[in-house]
Design a protein around this ligand. Sequence first.
Ligand code: ZN
Ligand code: ZN
Length: 390
Amino acid sequence: MRRRVSSAVGVERINWATAMFLVATPIGAVVWGGGRLYEHGLETGPIVFFLVYLVLTGMSITAGYHRLFAHRAYEACAPVRAFYLLLGAAAFQDSALAWSADHRSHHQNIDRDGDPYNVRRGFLWAHMGWLLFTDHLCRRRTLVPDLESDPLVAAQHRAYTPVAIVMCFGVPLSVGWVFGDPWGFLLWGGLIRVVVGHHLTFLVNSLAHTLGRRPYERRFSARDSLITALLTFGEGYHNFHHRFASDYRNGVRRFHWDPTKWLIQALAYVGLASNLRRAPVERIIAARLRADQERLLHRVQACSQEAAVRAQVRVAAVASVVESAVARLGTLEREFGRMRASATGVSREHLRQRRADLRAARREFRETWRHWTRELSRIRDSLDGAVLGT
Ligand SMILES: [Zn+2]
Ligand SMILES: [Zn+2]
């Protein structure tokens, strides 16, 4: 699945190599997999390898290709980058350089011409249709100068096809040979795994732009959905991601299902990753407040002017309380982070005091946020009543 990196945008021609690969692999997986299932039933060894290799290659795409190379959301040491590049190649989704060029185009031009997987052209186009054609691609090398100057990324790009074949099919075959079942491992760890991995990644371009809520930005199609997150190693909080693309998290809340975020945190904990970028909490909350207010304004249009003004005044008053609480929380978080990073010259007592202040600020913020959601729901109810009364 190799596509030419070019700046050409024009008549769409079929990309035969990619099209044949994307059509032949699922057919092969069903025919060969069905036959083998009939003959041998479910085979534990190959299926365990399938799951392990699916996770390793899938998360090399999400944590490596996506959050590290395409978005520079954190830094990773050379062995981790090399691991992502090798295992990412096994996912057969092109080189990290080409993948990132497409993805940066997607973020820059979301829902417009220039977005390679523009969901406005249809769910199937965003899912995989775009891969079948060459000339519409908006890859521009000017979008990835940082990656071109990365020797590991550049080497993977140059040697992509042989590396991908070896990692995608050679590794399962070799592991299977060690365990005495090369064809079973090739089927499950190579063919079936690459097909499943493709479609899980493709869901980020299709389902994550179709299903779910838009809590941070209502103007574009990207959506937050737990279902998509469960299927894509945490990439389903896509509305947040498009609004704050350089944040290493997609699921911003601690409990959001985002294994990719947890992997990056674990790598940082053992010193293999650093400079994890996070959007300031004030900006995140400001985006939520604005999106909530825009939704409310939409309802207000159907009300009498008096009801609309009353609602807007109430909303503005509560929003300003939330803004003050989050500003205080943000300041304390940054102060505390700086204090912990410097370590020297800060007494334990002082650190304990600041931690207590931070906990209090978090409590205060949570309380104001609860107040905000309650108030919003009351205002919505009163507006609905006003509309029914008109
Ligand atoms: Zn997207
Ligand atoms: Zn992205």
